[in-house]
Ligand binder design. Structure first.
Ligand SMILES: [Zn+2]
Length: 309
């Protein structure tokens, strides 16, 4: 349970309280113009027949009430493990609490409320379990909403994205804080070698070859020494020029250490087949669905194996 916040916005964001271990975490965002908003992320318990489930949900809801009592506009979001459906007991329980604070779900903004955010094909389970609830006065601040379904995501959970029309000033870079010096390295394995060869060919072809008439192994002429030294320097400079324009220099910690070309290929395959399947209207069986799932499973397995090595 947590929040990921862009570094330049950290000063606008304050973690406030957590409750029911691993289930709720609240923070306050300070918008420009002085308005503050509660952001609460939740992971409600899955439905079971025993009492602990119901007690845990009640504890989560009483935590939400504590937070909402500060009177700020609020966003409550996360994996709620229920569909927002009037026949669902847990939704009703949640609704009865949140509606008292004018906090309502926004499901209708995505595919008219008919989307899927959890999909386990092997168990044939799919449902709409992830929701965002907001105070009715910030409803008009939502610009758009979508289910972010791509072939890259290997989880059964499919993220949803809401965009708000909020103004948040990014902080200027803090000059007083000593900055960690970034380490860079030249990555020949991540560069276009063919392009490097073209660059070397081009820059070497611009060098004039020195003409040293009447020269032999015993020659001591200073002008010949100078001409050869100059020739050598020009070759080094030409190679350096080709190298720095064709070879990528990237921060050392940017790449996953276990990543390789095969994983790149499997990832692209997974994205490709996922979009074909989406374009075909998400068929639940047939060759497209079969290929999409097997390509995705291969990609998932290859990542697991690569991480272990
Ligand atoms: Zn000579």
């Amino acid at each position: 349970m947590g929040f990921l916040v862009r570094k330049t916005l950290v000063h606008k964001f304050e973690i406030c309280a957590k409750a029911v271990p691993g289930r709720c975490l609240s923070a306050i965002i300070s918008l420009d113009f002085g308005e503050n908003v509660n952001i609460i992320t939740v992971f409600f318990p899955c439905y079971t027949y025993n009492v602990s489930h119901s007690t845990e949900l009640s504890e989560c809801l009483s935590f939400l009430e504590d937070v909402l009592n500060n009177g700020l506009s609020s966003v409550v979001l996360g994996d709620m493990n229920f569909a927002c459906n009037v026949n669902n007991e847990r939704f009703k329980q949640c609704y009865s609490v949140l509606s008292r604070y004018n906090v309502f779900h926004c499901d209708d903004m995505i595919d008219n409320g008919n989307c899927i955010t959890y999909c386990n094909y092997s168990l044939s389970h799919s449902s709409f379990l992830h929701h965002m609830f907001v105070t009715d006065n910030i409803w008009q601040d939502i610009v758009c909403a979508e289910v972010h379904d791509t072939g890259v995501n290997l989880s059964y959970h499919i993220p949803i994205i809401y965009k708000f029309r909020w103004s948040l000033n990014h902080s200027a870079k803090q000059a007083d804080k000593p900055k960690k010096v970034k380490q860079y390295s030249w990555r020949w394995d991540k560069s276009d070698l063919e392009y490097y060869y073209q660059c070397t060919n081009h820059s070497l072809s611009l060098i004039n070859i020195p003409t040293t008439p009447d020269c032999d192994l015993n020659c001591c002429l200073g002008s010949h020494f100078d001409a050869i030294n100059m020739y050598y320097e020009n070759i080094v400079a030409a190679l350096h020029c080709a190298f720095s324009s064709a070879i990528n220099c990237i921060p050392c910690d940017t790449l996953k250490p276990f990543w390789n070309e095969e994983l790149d290929r499997l990832k692209n395959d997974s994205i490709f087949w996922h979009y074909l399947w989406l374009d075909a209207g998400r068929p639940s069986s047939g060759i497209l669905q079969y290929t999409r799932l097997s390509v995705k499973a291969k990609y998932k397995l290859a990542i697991k194996i690569a991480c272990l090595v």
